[in-house]
Design a protein around this ligand. Sequence first.
Ligand SMILES: Cc1ncc(COP(=O)(O)O)c(C=O)c1O
Length: 396
Amino acid sequence: MMKEHIEEAEKVLLHTYNRYQVVFDHGDGVYLYDEEGKKYLDFVAGISVFALGYNNKEYNDALKNQIDKIIHTSNYYYNVPAIEAAKKLTKAAEMDRVFFTNSGAEAIEGALKAARKYAYLKDGCTDHEIIAMEHSFHGRTMGALSVTGNPKYREAFEPGIGLIKFAKMNDLESVKALVSDKTCAIIFETVQGEGGIYPATDEFIKGVRKICDEKDILLILDEVQCGMGRTGYMFAWQKYGVKPDIMTVAKALGCGVPIGAFLLTEKVAQNSLKAGDHGTTYGGNPLACAAADKVLEIFAQSNIISNVRTVGDYLYDKLEEIKTSVPGVVAHRGVGLIQGLEFDKPVAPIINKALEKGLVLINAGANIIRFVPPLVITESEVDAMIKILKECMSEV
Ligand SMILES: Cc1ncc(COP(=O)(O)O)c(C=O)c1O
């Protein structure tokens, strides 16, 4: 059955992914099941999405209830799930205003537009520059792609939105060298995800904040992957004692229902996007917002973030042990439940072998295995993962 479905898929879906040869059918807790009933321990969570674990009854019921009421209206009307989700999200993010999007890339688009409009309102010019980071990843739409640091993703689609410069993550001097009177924003992921799991250093994030304050440049922090509890903080920047002017979120915000958001301080909101400047048909619809509202409620009422800290530390120790004892493992980075193990060669064979053995892993760049499980994972499930990982490493 699985083989036929894969063959059918290859005939009709645009080939933009080299997919693993598996068709997942359903999930429960931290386990996925393929169409033939095989069970897999999931350390990917749909790439940092399914924070709550699969088949969470409270979450499923909230969606079912909303489906029976109304799924979509339009942003020309108010809806209660959007108001409730916005209240909870602005509180959790310590920001003032939110715009709901359908994805992470769209959240980035909105953030970039807000920053350019903010600068435009100050001097009436349209030649403002944005500083982004090398090895960053912000999404595949034109604006998000333009600030994505990996030239491989951008090359065929240049010139993008233009006036983007790339500095080095965690190298403050490289940022300073690029700042000019035309700089309107500096954007980076608080923990770089796709680029190889590089958390911002304390010195870097504080230094960039200082530059932004001195020159009225907006700091945009992309929390699409590292936000929503994944680092052991609701948002990764909350650990550093500095605050962004604009923040983006998606992935675990809807736990599978497509929703993202960009959030702004009141000052930026009052001096940037106005009625008519930005919009979306689906963004913030009642179904997506019912999902986000329930996710945010569960985050506020459960011990999910303290679980990330405890189990994240446990995972950290186990991966450190592998780093020091297994030849070919060259680095280990990360925090909470976003960690990476870097090898001296491509990790695809290990990931394929793990899949055979019922463990779902994913890479971040060719040589790094990224560990981003559901946030409800336990220490014994970490043990189970480590056992299979060790077998795979010795077999390939
Ligand atoms: C940090 C970061 N920003 C933005 C995006 C884009 O999000 P989406 O795939 O929902 O458009 C991603 C996706 O992986 C991401 O990791």
